[in-house]
Design a protein around this ligand. Structure first.
Ligand SMILES: Nc1nc2c([nH]c(=O)n2[C@H]2C[C@H](O)[C@@H](COP(=O)(O)OP(=O)(O)OP(=O)(O)O)O2)c(=O)[nH]1
Length: 237
């Protein structure tokens, strides 16, 4: 088993013990890694992410290159690009300068009868403790439809069909994150399929909600849209 330290711009003393514990027991790392410490990097040009997701994803990508001799694992993470990660040796710690980047998200209104699927995020994630749609970040070379299909499957186990573009938001956040989110709608390929909570570390569970009885607290940008009169249902205007 290898022991590593993680370098990340987003760790706080309060969340560190929990992040180390979660990371060390992450099932998709198959017990191959023991996390010794998580170290702060300057919060410059980074994208706010849950430390847990950030580190697990980066490690998954870098695993083939992983060597037990590495004692510092540096992750400078840009979800839109996903290649700006590298392992450095403790004796020769290089610093990788981040460039500001446009981050592209895809969120999916899965519609069933007059209901929409929402899940409540656990803490440590974007939108912590609020209700969000299934979704995630566009990977390099992926279409919006491919991203929607992949993220929904990864998070809920559901297969979707008839994906249609609905709208897009474009926001620049105080931490210099430029986030563009594309919202699509889709339907279940098999109407009898039920959502599974595939990522229980990240989400409390997935449930259907009526448009007239939406769950609270809703993720801010989503609430703004829905309270502003936006409807994901066809022929609703
Ligand atoms: N999942 C989701 N993300 C949303 C919604 N509205 C919205 O602006 N976003 C933003 C927040 C994030 O910057 C981005 C998607 O992030 P995410 O937190 O779901 O990403 P993820 O970890 O599941 O996916 P990934 O990094 O594995 O690609 O889109 C929404 O309703 N659902």
């Amino acid at each position: 088993m290898a022991t590593v330290s993680l370098r990340t711009p987003v760790i706080s003393p309060a969340t560190k013990p929990d992040a180390i514990r979660r990371l060390s027991s992450a099932k998709n790392l198959n017990g191959s890694l023991q996390v010794r410490d998580i170290i702060n990097s300057p919060p410059k040009h980074h994208v706010q992410k849950s430390v847990f997701q950030l580190a697990v994803k980066s490690m998954k990508m870098s695993k083939p290159a992983f060597s037990p001799n590495c004692s510092i694992f540096q992750t400078n993470y840009m979800p839109a690009l996903k290649f700006n990660t590298k392992i450095v040796r403790s004796s020769n710690i290089e610093k990788q300068e981040m460039q500001p980047a446009l981050v592209v998200g895809v969120s999916v209104f899965i519609l069933k009868d007059n209901k929409i699927l929402f899940g409540r995020r656990r803490s440590l994630s974007v939108g912590a403790n609020s209700y969000l749609l299934p979704g995630g970040h566009l990977e390099l070379g992926e279409s919006y439809e491919e991203c929607a299909t992949r993220e929904v499957k990864e998070e809920t186990g559901l297969d979707i069909k008839d994906i249609e573009w609905l709208t897009k938001t474009n926001k620049f956040y105080y931490d210099e994150t430029h986030l563009e989110v594309t919202y699509v709608r889709a339907y279940l390929s098999d109407p009898d399929q039920t959502p599974q909570n595939v990522e229980p570390d990240k989400c409390e569970g997935w449930y259907w909600y009526d448009l007239n009885n939406l769950p609270e607290p809703m993720f801010g940008p989503l609430r703004e849209m829905l309270q502003g009169g936006f409807s994901p249902f066809p022929n609703s205007s």
